[in-house]
Design a protein around this ligand. Structure first.
Ligand SMILES: Cc1ncc(C[n+]2csc(CCOP(=O)(O)OP(=O)(O)O)c2C)c(N)n1
Length: 724
């Protein structure tokens, strides 16, 4: 055996900046960066004062020491460029604000500060304080900021959680052929998260216009980079993902500015994403005003060493030393920045003695606390919803073909619809034929992904926030758990958290593979899991007619929609209106598919056929079963009006699901029904569910797990006869 040395071609370098670079840089830009650093420092010191005075609810993660990263990066971004940030985001927000509201060539020493900047700083302060004037109406607070107008697509409190979303924003720019970049800021701690690796890999293979800036402030809370990574230079990570990688002094705004400028050129010319590691330091501990050394994970000596590079002093000193700005000019800039912060504080607080208190009338209206969790439905204002009775002629179609057909029809109508998932562009129609023929017709809009559910669902979320309509296929429902943060913490919550300032039109399609012998990690019916996150709408069509109409509604919806497709339905034939894939079925409207007077049975998806067969068998016993196909099964969309009407007639109710009891929605429906319709009920509400175990592979054992016709028939009989 022998070893050959492998020398991959890596573009991985350290950037060094000299006096010449300073002297060759436009003095307005240099002065502008000083202004940004001063404003950020003044703002965050003020936050600490306000927090100390009890005016801020929640943690304050300052960027004290890290201001140069934001000031440098934003100095070369265009207002249309986008940025994403983390729990430590004030510096990014303020610098982007300045970048967006100062016109090109703005001279901080001579020009008047635009009103919009002062208003923007007030919006940030208001948000951190949880006030209605905040950029998200006080919903998000310090860690969940968003301001689309300035290209601040969102900060995120899940470490690395925002990275796939930012990658989705970059995807949207490329998709729309826009000449803009996205800068995704992250901490050194985020580099160890899977979401980061999945997202940067997607950026690498799809050559997305994104710059990942790792602000390596040496610690994630109290854990050093050395301890977490076993190495000093995190920029190396980029080389694994076809990125150009750079290390830069993050305490020097000019160095960061030059690095980001070069990154923009690389994106334009080489079409590769760029990873910049900006080495910097935060002086206080993770949150609050106290130095990190007080907590014992670092020394005072180390802090003192870094103090010498503090951009608040070292940068203006350098400008003075190189005769680029006088001490007087520096003071003038400082005064301007302090004035803006003071104006924002005056807007939000009054001083009583030595105490700041929140001004009257600035708290958000508590009656509106639930607003914006989901759309109010205005996107359907001009839609006439249809039911099967509205059509005269029909044609037969296989369920899986209906999925492909209606997806294709939407892609034909709207260029912003695209499909992504594992193998969706292969085998002529993806793993189940549900994307049949789409890749051949739309090769740029049907994207095979690597096996990285968190990465591509998060990317879809970011793209959806940017105006695209992604249709994500998740191969098996159980893989939801691999992408749980993106699906639930991000896609399911952000509309509300960002104060209803974003739409989230992601459609996720999932095959439910119960009964296929795939075992306990491929057989989940996830309806109950998604229903825990109320931002989601969940659809489980039992036939192709409903599928087509509900898919059209799902695509039009500005909320995330989960489409559950039971494996058993895929090969079944159903009628849909002849030559019509454009009708809409209303989400939230259930359907009586069989009338009866003895018992109401609620079900959805493949459960409907089972219930219909059982009901048919019970006719000879003299039992008249009413079956309601719920169709939409997200808790807020259950059609209780129809259920109530039925229950008034039958007096008894049974919910039939193939999902395991703990993963179903039957319990929640039973609770609601007894709260709403107690007076109509003659007997306890009954449930039929799968067993609460991971379905085994062995055929008889798996069959034992799932409710079959006998169990359903027996339970309908008992409920109808009031023998529960
Ligand atoms: C997934 C996740 N795990 C843990 C936390 C708790 N937490 C918040 S910030 C943080 C440290 C993050 O360090 P780093 O990414 O280096 O950013 P920094 O705080 O240094 O800016 C931790 C552990 C979290 N918010 N999210």
């Amino acid at each position: 055996m022998k070893f050959l040395k492998v020398t991959p071609e890596l573009d991985y370098k350290k950037i060094i900046v000299s006096q010449n670079d300073y002297e060759g840089t436009d003095s307005n830009l240099l002065a502008g960066m000083a202004f940004e650093i001063f404003l950020i420092r003044e703002f965050e010191n003020m936050l600490l004062t306000l927090a100390d005075g009890g005016c801020i609810h929640g943690p304050v993660h300052t960027s004290i020491g890290q201001e140069a990263c934001a000031a440098g990066a934003m100095s070369v971004l265009n207002p249309t460029d986008k940025i994403a940030s983390t729990h430590r985001a004030h510096h990014h927000y303020l610098a982007k604000l300045i970048g967006s509201y100062f016109s090109a060539g703005f001279n901080i020493l001579k020009d008047k500060i635009p009103e919009t900047l002062t208003e923007g700083v007030t919006q940030l302060l208001g948000e951190v304080m949880g006030l209605s004037v905040g950029c998200c109406g006080g919903r998000g607070g310090s860690m969940h900021l968003r301001n689309k107008e300035i290209g601040f697509i969102g900060s995120n409190a899940i470490v690395a959680g925002g990275v796939p979303l930012a990658t989705g924003a970059a995807f949207a720019s490329k998709f729309n052929k826009k000449k803009e970049v996205t800068v995704c800021f992250l901490g050194d701690g985020a580099v160890h998260q899977g979401a980061f690796h999945e997202a940067i890999n997607l950026a690498g293979i799809w050559e997305l216009p994104i710059i990942y800036v790792i602000e390596n402030n040496q610690y994630a809370v109290g854990t050093s980079v050395k301890a977490a990574a076993g190495m000093d230079d995190l920029a190396q990570k980029g080389s694994a993902y076809r990125c150009v990688s750079r290390i830069v002094d993050g305490m020097d705004p000019l160095a960061v500015m030059l690095a980001v400028n070069e990154a923009k050129e690389i994106i334009e010319k080489v079409k590769k994403p760029v990873l910049i590691e900006a080495k910097c330091y935060r002086f206080p501990h993770h949150a609050g005003p106290v130095s990190g050394s007080n907590f014992g994970y670092r020394t005072k000596e180390e802090e003192e060493k870094w103090r010498k590079k503090d951009p608040y002093t070292a940068y203006p000193d350098k400008l003075a030393e190189y005769n680029l700005l006088s001490d007087e000019q520096i003071e003038q800039i400082k005064e301007k920045s302090n004035g803006i912060v003071q104006a924002a504080v005056d807007h939000c607080t009054i001083l009583e003695g030595k105490n700041f208190i929140v001004k009257d009338g600035l708290w958000p209206d508590i009656k509106k606390v639930e607003d914006g969790l989901r759309s109010e439905g205005t996107e359907f204002n001009d839609i006439l919803f249809r039911e099967k009775e509205d059509f005269k002629t029909f044609e037969e179609i296989i369920y899986s073909d209906a999925i492909a057909a209606v997806t294709g029809r939407n892609m034909e109508k709207d260029n912003n619809v695209f499909v992504l998932g594992e193998e969706v562009a292969h085998f002529g129609g993806g793993p189940y034929g549900a994307t049949k023929g789409l890749f051949q017709k739309y090769p740029d809009r049907v994207l095979n992904t690597p096996i990285s559910e968190a990465g591509f669902t998060g990317l879809a979320g970011g793209a959806a926030m940017d105006g695209l309509y992604p249709v994500v296929e998740i191969m098996f429902a159980d893989f939801t758990l691999v992408a749980a943060d993106q699906l639930f913490n991000q896609i399911g919550k952000l509309r509300h958290m960002y104060g209803n300032t974003t739409h989230m039109p992601v459609v996720v399609r999932i095959r439910i593979a119960t009964g296929c012998g795939y075992g306990g990690q491929h057989s989940m019916d996830p309806v109950g899991l998604y229903s825990l996150f109320s931002g989601w709408r969940i659809i489980a069509p039992s036939n192709a007619f409903d599928y087509v109409g509900l898919f059209n509604s799902a695509i039009r919806s500005t909320d995330p929609v989960l489409l559950l497709e039971h494996n058993k339905l895929y090969p079944q034939k159903f009628d849909i209106p002849a030559g019509n894939l454009d009708y809409f079925v209303k989400m939230g409207k259930a359907n009586v598919i069989r009338s009866g007077s003895d018992v109401t049975v609620l079900s959805y998806s493949s459960g409907i056929k089972l219930c219909a067969e059982a009901a048919e068998e019970l006719v000879k016993e003299g039992i008249e079963t009413e079956i309601i196909d719920l169709r939409t099964v997200s808790p807020a969309d259950i059609d209780y009006e129809l259920i109530g009407q039925s229950l008034k007639k039958t007096g008894a109710i049974l919910v039939v699901e193939q999902a395991a009891k703990s993963l179903g929605i039957g319990k929640a429906i039973a609770y609601e029904c007894q709260m709403r319709f107690f007076d109509y009920l003659d007997s306890p509400i009954a449930l039929v569910n799968g067993l609460d175990i991971p379905p085994p592979v062995s055929k008889p054992l798996e069959e034992e797990c799932l409710p079959g016709i006998t169990q359903v028939r027996n339970m309908i009989f008992r409920v109808a006869r009031r023998q529960v």
